[in-house]
Design a protein around this ligand. Sequence first.
Ligand code: FES
Ligand code: FE2
Length: 483
Amino acid sequence: MNYADPNKTMVPPPGEARCPAISTQEIIAGDTVPAPEWVRQESYTYLGDEDISADRYISADYAQAEVERMWPRTWQFACREEHIPEVGDYYVYDVGPYSLLVTRVGEDDIRAYFNSCLHRGTKLRHSGTEGHATEFKCPFHAWSWNIDGSCKTVLCDWDFPHAPKEELSLPQAKVATLGGFVFVNMDPDSPSLEDYLGPDALAHFKAWKLEDRYVYCHVKKRIPANWKLNQEAFHEAYHVLATHPQVCPSNADANSQYDTFGDHVNRFISPLGVVSPHLYGKVTEQDIFEQFVIGDPSSLEGAVRQLDEGESARAAMAKLYRKSFEEANHVDLSDVSDSELLDCFSYSVYPNMFVFPGISLPMVYRFLPDRHDHRKSTMEVLFLRPKPTDGSHYETAEMQVLRDDQSFTEADEMAPGFGGILDQDTDNLLLQQEGLEAASKKSLTLGNYQEIRIRHCERSLDRYMAMPPLDVDWRTQQKCGRH
Ligand code: FES
Ligand SMILES: [Fe+2]
C-alpha cells in the first residue's frame, strides 16, 4: 500500500484529513480478541490551526502568570495511595512555590495541608520528602499540629490571645482519589475531579483498575526545557520517524489515533506490531515480529520464531504477550483484547500527568516546572505492576533521581530499550528550548490532527490564563478537605 494517495483530488476541510494508511480502529477491528468500548471510541475535535506563541515557552513572566493563575486551579496527581499506606504517612507534593503535605488521616481519609506554619510561615516538612508523622511540629518555635490538621500546641500561648488554637487548623487543598492516584486542587471553588475529567475519561479510568497496581520503579530527571515543551514531546507520534527510527518497523506512527475528551483529557492510541506507513513495502511481517520482540522492554528476545504462513506479526505478538503475562502474573488474560496487551495508549490529564494504562507496560509520567528557572523542568516516570493477589507484601519504589548528565538507561529496573527511547525524546529538548529563544519566527506551527493534543493543552492553559490570579482567604481553605 502506498502511504501517499496519488488519486486524492479533493482537499478535505481543516481537521478532517487523515493519514491514508489503514486506520487505528481498522487495525484493532482485525484483532483476535476484540477491544472494549473505551478502546474503540473516537473523539477528535478540530480546534483551529493558528500558530502557538513562543512566548509561553520562553518568557519568565508567562511562567509566573501560570503560577498565579493555572497551577493553583487545576487537579494534579500528587502521589499514589501506596505512597502513604498507614495513618500518619505523608508525602510532600511540590509544584512551583506551592507545597502540600499529603497525609493519610484515616483508612479512607487523605488530606493535603499547605506546608507552612501558621506562626511565621516556616515549612513543616522539607520539599521532596515523605515519611511517617504522629504530629507536624515546626522546627522554629515548636508550634505543632495533629495529623488531622487541628492545632496541637502554641508555645507560650499566653502571648497569643489573638490566635486561639481552635482557629489554627492547617488550611487544606481539595483531595480526590481515583485508580489509586491521589489528586489535589488548591482552589476551593474548583469542580470535582469527576467533573474535571468528564464522563468519558472517568469511565476509562475506572475500566483500567489501576488501583490494583503499585509503583515498582520511579525515576526523575531534570530536563533543560520549559515544562510544556518537555511534556509536549510526548503528546504525538509524529516525531517517531525522525526521533525513534528504530521502532518504525513495528509502530503504526502516522496512522495513530488522537482524541480529546472535554477540557482536560486527551489521548493517542499508537498501534504496535504493525509497520509504520513510512516503511510500507520495505519490511516483512517476519521483520516486524523480530523487531518488536527484540526491542521489547520485557526481554522476550528468546521468543523469536518463524511466523506461520499467513500469520501476522501483530497476532503473533498478542499471543506471545498474553502467554508471557499470564505466566508472570498468574492471571487469565484470555478475555483481554490484543489492543490492550500491545498498543501504546497515552492519556494526558491536564496540566501535567500522562497515564499509559496498557497491560504490558502500565506507567505514568509527570512533568513539573523548575521552581527557579522557567527554562527547566523535571520528568518523572513511574512504572506500575499488579499488586500480589495473595496479600503478600510489596515494596513501593523510592524515587531515583538521575543526574542531568545521566541516561534514563542507568535507572534501576529501566529496560535499556525503553530508557534509550526516553533519552531520544529528551535529547531534542535543549535544542528546542534554545531554538525557540533564537527564532526569527516567534511561534510554533501544529499539525491539525497529529498535534491536536498539544493544541488541546494550550487551549486549556489559555482558559486559566484568562482568569485573574487566584486569591483565596486561608480560612476558606481550612474548610476544604476530601471531595
Ligand atoms: S515559624 Fe513555626 S513555630 Fe514559629
Ligand atoms: Fe518519543
